[in-house]
Design a protein around this ligand. Structure first.
Ligand code: CA
Length: 170
């Protein structure tokens, strides 16, 4: 009796991935892949820091970093313009920014008092409230580089800060 050996042609591995985008784009929508519904009330909360990197989840959602990987952190830098009076605050933001997350940049002539003036802010996909103070780069990988500038005309010192807050969805 003769046996026959059959060789089957193998095709290259193929896989199809479907990205399902939920209709909403709130902080909760952003967090849902990272946290169980039970965790959302604890380590998944906006102000919690699930990975212990010192960056609350809400800021991670605004900056497009991973809330459960401590090595995934964004940086905020400052630098002066060439004329020495224009201060830049540079950071990255998530694109899209969750619809109930607001970025606010304020300036202060000193750190000794609660004297912070609104420079510009942005909620979700809305525009920056003072677009002339903001330069955004090209979005790549869900991240947009942002530079906010303020003119330090009078005081010899100028401070800038970035706030991330959550508001109920409109
Ligand atoms: Ca964190």
């Amino acid at each position: 009796m003769q046996s026959r050996k059959r060789t089957r042609q193998r095709s290259p591995a193929e896989a199809t991935f479907t990205v399902v985008s939920s209709a909403g784009n709130t902080y909760a929508d952003w967090a849902s892949p990272y946290f169980s519904p039970t965790e959302m009330a604890t380590i998944g909360a906006f102000t919690a820091d699930a990975d212990g990197d010192g960056i609350p989840n809400g800021i991670e959602s605004a900056m497009g970093t991973h809330p459960r990987q401590a090595s995934s952190r964004a940086t905020i830098t400052t630098d002066m313009g060439t004329n020495g009076s224009l201060l830049h605050l540079r950071f990255q933001r998530a694109e899209p920014l969750p619809s109930d997350v607001t970025l606010t940049v304020r300036t202060s002539p000193d750190l000794g008092s609660d004297n912070w003036t609104l420079l510009t802010q942005k909620t979700g996909s809305g525009a920056w409230s003072t677009p002339a103070a903001v330069v955004e780069g090209t979005a790549a990988g869900g991240i947009v580089p942002v530079a906010v500038h303020a003119l330090s005309a009078g005081p010899s010192h100028l401070f800038m800060r970035l706030e991330v807050s959550q508001a109920p969805p409109p």
